[in-house]
Write a protein that binds this ligand. Structure first.
Ligand code: NAD
Length: 293
């Protein structure tokens, strides 16, 4: 899709990071926007930052894992603008690093509900509207961690690999319809992703966020620019940084042994190991406490 002027584009998770940067840049391109986030305040802040004719922006706060909310949102967007030309399934969360055996299944499911089911609901509900247009878009945000495994992020990796498989399959199913289906694979981007982690120890979350910020070489603005450029060129797969491209090649070249050659920043580091040990000790303490009662 070369020209985004007047296109009606849905962006989820538009209250922060990549979603907000996409909203601001797409507004400058002259697109009409339907924005979502579950955080009402940050969503409104994005709308205020766009600051142009408010009839060009529609926003609604809801949780992307809520299917009835999606159905009502898509209908309202279509009633408001008269059409829908594209969707950016961008909203996502991550969790404090934990190994797969340690992770509470409820926390694991929550990541899948948002990062995977949010994308499935958004795509399934919106595609019937997109098929009415000559040219339209489904843009699903996966991750570098949709290309390679990563210790301590099992639920996130599971969801992002699934988003990639879902998107690549959807692309085959919609071939010839005029819907461009694109998967985005960001490497670390300097956003609030880790700061937004819900975890009982805020001090550890802050430490993890500092480590993440140091590793994140891409800004949300640069990420949005690369995504928009890629979509205009009709790309099906957009890798956001040279490091992501290098790691993608490594994984494909050495599928059996790539984990041995990952740079230090891509292995669960000292801080994470310490945090995991502390968490395990706390859990052990709680179990011992329970059994001694
Ligand atoms: N930042 C990175 O390094 C990075 C790397 C790879 C992939 N990603 C992906 O990029 C996407 C955007 O993340 P970001 O880095 O901009 O993080 P961010 O935390 O800055 O922004 C994510 C936004 O999504 C919203 N959100 C979360 N759960 C939601 C829900 N259930 N319903 C509605 N809104 C919800 C949050 O409130 C937030 O505003 C995510 O899918 C993330 O997994 C990010």
């Amino acid at each position: 899709m070369k020209n985004l002027t007047n296109k009606v584009l849905i962006i989820t998770g538009a209250g922060s990071g990549i979603g907000r940067a996409l909203a601001l840049q797409l507004a400058r391109e002259g697109a009409r926007l339907a924005l979502n986030d579950w955080n009402t305040k940050t969503l409104q802040a994005t709308v205020d930052l766009i600051g142009q004719d408010q009839s060009l922006v529609y926003s609604q706060a809801f949780d992307v894992s809520d299917r009835p909310a999606w159905e009502s949102f898509a209908k309202k967007v279509n009633d408001h603008f008269g059409q829908i030309d594209g969707i950016f399934n961008n909203a996502g969360i991550t969790t404090f690093p934990e190994t797969i055996p340690e992770m509470d299944p409820i926390d694991f499911s929550r990541v899948l509900e948002i990062n995977l089911w949010g994308v499935i609901h958004g795509s399934q509900v919106v595609i019937p509207y997109l098929l009415k247009q000559k040219a339209s878009l489904v843009v699903n945000v996966s991750s570098l961690l949709g290309l390679m495994g990563y210790g301590g992020q099992g639920a996130y990796v599971t969801a992002k690999f699934a988003v990639r498989g879902f998107t690549e399959t959807l692309r085959q199913e919609l071939a010839g319809t005029g819907v461009l289906v694109t998967a985005i694979h960001p490497g670390p981007v300097k956003t609030n992703l880790t700061r937004n982690i819900k975890f009982h120890d805020q001090d550890l979350v802050n430490k993890l966020s500092r480590v993440f910020d140091d590793a994140a070489t891409t800004t949300p603005e640069a990420a949005a620019e690369i995504i928009i450029k890629g979509i205009k060129k009709g790309k099906h797969r957009i890798l956001l940084s040279p490091r992501t491209k290098m790691l993608d090649r490594l994984v494909r070249l050495l599928p059996n042994s790539y984990h041995r050659y990952l740079p230090r920043t891509f292995r669960p580091g000292h801080l994470i190991k310490k945090a995991l040990a502390k968490r395990a000790a706390e859990k052990q303490g709680a179990i011992l406490g329970e059994t001694s009662v």
